[in-house]
Design a protein around this ligand. Structure first.
Ligand SMILES: [Zn+2]
Length: 84
């Protein structure tokens, strides 16, 4: 049986190639609340679109907004609305 040991040579840093010249479909966007950049390669990679089309927010801000609106709804209606 022949055991090939050439595998070690082909292991290279593939990450270096990806930083360069791969155009991404999604441009980085700013979070509307805390203004951090959201996009591929950034701290936040998934922008969450605001429901009213005003832009995008990061996940943390989205959850905070969701909490606020839930509280506001509860104050106005005094009902326990289920938040999706
Ligand atoms: Zn944010």
């Amino acid at each position: 049986m022949v055991v090939s040991r050439a595998e070690g040579r082909t292991v290279r840093r593939k990450q270096a190639m990806q930083e360069h010249g791969t155009p991404l479909l999604t441009k980085p966007v700013h979070c509307r609340v805390c203004t951090i950049l959201i996009g591929s390669g950034y701290e936040e990679s998934r922008p969450i679109p605001l429901t009213n089309g005003r832009g995008f927010v990061c996940r943390q801000c989205y959850e905070s907004i969701r909490r606020q609106s839930a509280r506001r709804a509860a104050e106005h209606h005094e009902q326990d609305l289920s938040v999706r």
